[in-house]
Write a protein that binds this ligand. Structure first.
Ligand SMILES: *Cc1c(COP(=O)(O)O)cnc(C)c1O
Length: 456
């Protein structure tokens, strides 16, 4: 399944404009992206050149309307319980936004869990939280139990042992899903492919572990078994891969739950929907993905006599396209006959994906958003690594020079959240923009913040 985002401003026909030397296509920019009379990119009615001046660079600018629209699509496509995968990008403001839009929220550590709980000033939000992790500590698991999170996704027999042990102390029996691996390979990078049998995640179906886990959990008094979870990987463009996993899991669930007192009440198909990062890519919308899976699920329910609801956990597809990163060029260097480098004030620390996965991005100049981009530069960061490349061959307007702003679109997922503190370069600030107002939601990390951990 591949279809362009409808109604791209530059063609009006839904056909992607993938001339990489033309102006940045608006389909790669957040929903409310527009052009000011001076030719500057605006998002949420805010001039990005002014945002850079006010908040400094590097700066993540998130379009609130874009985020809300993606959440609404996800909520509409499923039967309820659809969760935002917080690891894609999480802070208090993001947690409040996604919950306000009707989503539940996935967390995978005590840090993510506390971020969500404290965003609401207490445990009131806990019923919407789904606790993940392939190696949850006893403290993490117990905090999830004590706050009564909506679901704990159990990943291993050791975790079932831990839940038994904790139950003996207080008698609590949290609602759980069992994570299974269907041995479906997503066509994506190995590091983000998680559904194959040879995976650190979940109970293997082929190995018989998944069936044994259902057997055990449905009899255990330490948990209330609600259903099954599976997540085959991330940045998956083919809805067919996900639909195939759904088929394998539905069949497994129908067989494994047969004859048990517990009924299958819920199946979560995880996240994984891919997004377009560069001019040459297109991706299904959240609605297309969700509707295709829901339709497939209804068929499978008919086939296997199941009545469970289908949920999902999109992360990237909610957050990625909502943000751009603004950088300032500090140094330009020509290597004659080879290439031109443009070095910016961020890099690996705010976007490790190119270094981790060889991911491709594109670029543009926010002060000249309608200009064609005939030049090619290697956009690099300021970390002490030759591998600190943001865009290997970035199309930019002619004459991009030190002092100019340059931006990378589609950086809202796995950028800020995955960035590392290498070289003690502070993490960037993050603003949410809407209706002409910018709200600082994460302040820039200072040297004092970093030194606060040093002792002596
Ligand atoms: C990472 C992850 C997701 C979200 O994946 P995306 O590709 O960002 O949609 C959902 N569920 C689980 C269990 C994950 O690990």
């Amino acid at each position: 399944m591949s279809s362009a985002t409808p109604g791209t401003p530059e063609t009006g026909s839904g056909v992607p404009a993938d001339d990489p030397s033309g102006p940045i296509p608006f389909r790669l920019l957040p929903d409310t992206a527009d052009v000011s009379p001076e030719g500057h990119l605006t998002i949420g009615g805010c001039d990005t050149v002014e945002l850079a001046a006010e908040f400094g660079t590097p700066l993540f600018v998130y379009d609130e309307a874009h985020l809300r629209a993606r959440c609404a699509q996800a909520v509409a496509a499923f039967d309820g319980g659809v969760a935002y995968a917080g690891k894609a990008f999480l802070c208090a403001a993001m947690a409040r936004l996604v919950v306000a839009e009707g989503m539940h929220i996935d967390v995978a550590s005590i840090g993510e869990l506390e971020t969500v709980l404290r965003a609401f000033g207490g445990d009131s939000v806990a019923s919407r939280v789904v606790m993940h992790g392939n190696n949850k500590s006893a403290a993490e698991t117990d905090r999830a139990r004590q706050t009564r999170v909506g679901r704990i996704v159990v990943d291993s027999f050791d975790e079932l042992d831990l839940l038994d042990e904790l139950h003996r102390a207080d008698g609590r029996a949290p609602r759980v899903l069992l994570r299974v691996t269907p041995d479906v390979r997503a066509e994506t990078h190995d590091y983000i492919s998680t559904g194959q049998a040879d995976s650190k995640f979940g109970f293997g179906i082929a190995a018989g572990d998944a069936e044994a886990a259902v057997e055990r959990a449905s009899e255990a008094s330490s948990v209330e078994l609600i259903g099954i979870h599976c997540h085959i990987g991330s940045q998956v463009f083919r809805v067919e891969s996900l639909a195939q996993a759904l088929g394998v899991v539905a069949r497994f669930a129908a067989e494994a739950f047969e004859g048990h007192s517990q009924q299958l009440r819920e199946l979560s198909i995880g996240g994984g929907l891919g997004v377009a990062y560069v001019e040459s890519e297109t991706a299904p919308s959240i609605s297309e993905w969700g509707n295709a899976l829901t339709e497939q699920w209804q068929k499978l329910c008919g086939q296997y006599g199941l009545t469970a609801r289908l949920t999902a956990e999109p992360g990237r597809a909610i957050a990625a396209g909502a943000a751009v990163t603004l950088y300032t060029v500090g140094a330009r260097k020509e290597v004659p006959g080879v290439r031109t480098y443009a070095a910016v004030d961020g890099g690996y620390g705010d976007n490790p994906r190119p270094m981790l996965y060889g991911s491709d991005y594109t670029a543009f100049a926010p002060a000249r958003v309608k200009d064609p981009r005939p030049d090619r530069v290697r956009l690099v960061g300021k970390h002490c690594e030759s591998g600190d490349v943001i865009v290997r061959s970035a199309p930019v307007p002619a004459g991009l020079a030190a002092g100019d702003l340059v931006a990378t679109p589609v950086t809202g997922a796995y950028g800020y959240s995955m960035g590392a503190p290498y070289n003690r370069i502070g993490r960037p600030a993050v603003v949410f923009v809407a209706d002409g107002t910018a709200q600082l939601v994460i302040r820039r990390e200072t040297v004092d913040d970093m030194l606060a951990l040093d002792i002596g």
